[in-house]
Design a protein around this ligand. Structure first.
Ligand code: HSE
Length: 437
């Protein structure tokens, strides 16, 4: 039976999962592929630790370059992460004419255009299903299943750590810092948790998906990013009062000659399916002109769910190799000559509904001063709530706006936050609720 040789670079959590599947699920993979995916070499700086996998003799090495340069290896699986050595090894593998699989969303988001071009020039594939949404087959869905659709929008929960933290703040009214500590103890967060909680990991993922959806290059620098570190149990309670849950959403919308791509905490109504996606789970809703709405839901991180996606890439590539082909599906969905120069809309131009929580002194005239400033900036209030006890002489006053322009909101809040009667910066959370329109 034909054998396809795999070289695995990095044997951390996901790398170990890949090795486990290749060794322990070999018969099921072979029965579907009609060939053997053989784990020929595994490179890691630590080859002593017992990972609970029975590696055959001579498979482990500390030298990743020998794996990349091994002429018998057909597919390199990069599971190292980061943008340094991982990039060098991927480019080396491509240069050697090898097919490459990566889960490295940070690297693809920042340098994917160059790496995909290098792979195309060499006539090899650079596959990346595991880079977005763990086990959810979102890349395959975008590149293959939805190929007949014009994509209208994508809305996703794409970071398990943030979703776990927000679930804790919501269900247990736990402060952000305590919820983050729990997430770190459970091993969900990235080594640098700011990548998770500041929304950067989510931005990497939506930058990649936005390119796939609309036929454009990856444009991470223009994705708007705001994290969840300022979300408090008080905001969660007010959100519930108005019928909303707070989620860190990646939002991407097709606006004709521009697109929106933004990551920020967002209030969504209880009846939005994404509001029930809790804990470390990820989900994404894609709206296409032919399909309407579809939703994927599943584990966005972790050893075996993410490894499952890596193996699906390996099987796709192996099938191509067996058919004597490669580059069958363009990396960014559309043929190179059809990639368009599409702008990501500046955040100032976004129009949506807003939640404001003002820390205002509880005395006559304060509300009219605040609403006067909002009015002068074309921001109209849909509903209002003042509740709770004074802290340091101020009370939380919450307002929900009609559709307003982000630039106007920023100008108004800059004025309001300078008032003597306002004791803290105003909390702003954007709302996605079609029923408010
Ligand atoms: N830290 C990421 C998360 C891992 O929490 O979802 C998967 O990208």
């Amino acid at each position: 039976m034909k054998q396809i040789n795999i070289g695995l670079l990095g044997c951390g959590t996901v790398g170990t999962g890949v090795a486990k599947l290749l060794i322990e699920s070999s018969s099921v993979i072979t029965s579907r592929l009609g060939a053997i995916l053989n784990l020929k070499r595994v490179a890691d700086i630590d080859i002593e630790t017992d990972r609970g996998v029975q590696f055959p003799q001579g498979v482990l090495t500390t030298d990743a370059h020998t794996v990349v340069n091994d002429p018998d290896i057909d597919i390199i699986v990069e599971m190292i992460g980061g943008e340094g050595i991982a990039r060098e090894l991927i480019l080396g593998a491509i240069e050697n004419g090898k097919q490459v699989i990566t889960a490295n969303k940070a690297l693809l988001a920042s340098q994917g255009n160059t790496l995909f071009q290098a792979a195309a020039d060499k006539g090899v594939d650079l596959a990346f299903e595991a880079a977005v949404g763990g086990c959810m087959p979102i890349i395959k869905s975008m590149r293959e299943s939805l190929v007949a659709n014009q994509i209208n929008s994508m809305t996703g929960i794409l970071n398990g750590t943030c979703n776990y933290i927000l679930t804790k703040i919501t269900d247990e009214r736990m402060p952000f810092e305590d919820a983050l500590s729990e997430a770190q103890q459970k091993g969900y967060a990235e080594a640098d948790p700011s990548l998770d909680v500041e929304g950067i990991d989510t931005a990497h993922k939506i930058a990649i998906l936005t390119a796939l959806a609309y036929g454009m290059n990856i444009n991470l620098p223009n994705v708007f990013i705001e994290g969840i570190s300022k979300i408090t149990p008080l905001d969660v309670a007010f959100a519930e009062h108005f019928g909303y849950r707070i989620k860190l959403l990646a939002i991407s919308k097709n606006k004709g000659n521009q697109v929106q791509a933004r990551v920020h905490p967002t209030m969504i109504p209880f009846d939005n399916l994404l509001s029930s996606v809790n804990g470390t789970v990820n989900a994404i809703m894609v709206s296409g002109d032919a399909v309407g709405d579809i939703m994927l839901y599943g584990r966005g991180a972790g050893m075996m769910p993410t490894a499952s996606s890596v193996i699906s890439d390996a099987v796709d590539i192996a099938r191509n190799l067996m058919a004597g082909t490669s580059q069958r599906i363009p990396a960014l969905c559309v043929q190179k000559e059809h990639i368009q120069n599409i702008n990501i809309m500046p955040m100032d131009e976004i129009e949506t509904h807003y939640y404001f929580r003002f820390a205002a002194l509880d005395k006559p005239g304060v509300l009219s001063t605040i609403s006067g400033i909002l009015g002068r900036h074309d921001i109209s209030i849909q509903s209002m709530q003042q509740k709770g006890r004074k802290t340091n002489g101020s009370v939380p006053v919450v307002m929900i706006s009609h559709v307003a322009k982000e630039a106007d909101v920023r100008k108004a809040l800059a004025e309001i936050d300078h008032l003597d009667v306002v004791s803290q910066p105003t909390m702003l959370i954007r709302i996605e609720d079609e029923k408010l329109d």
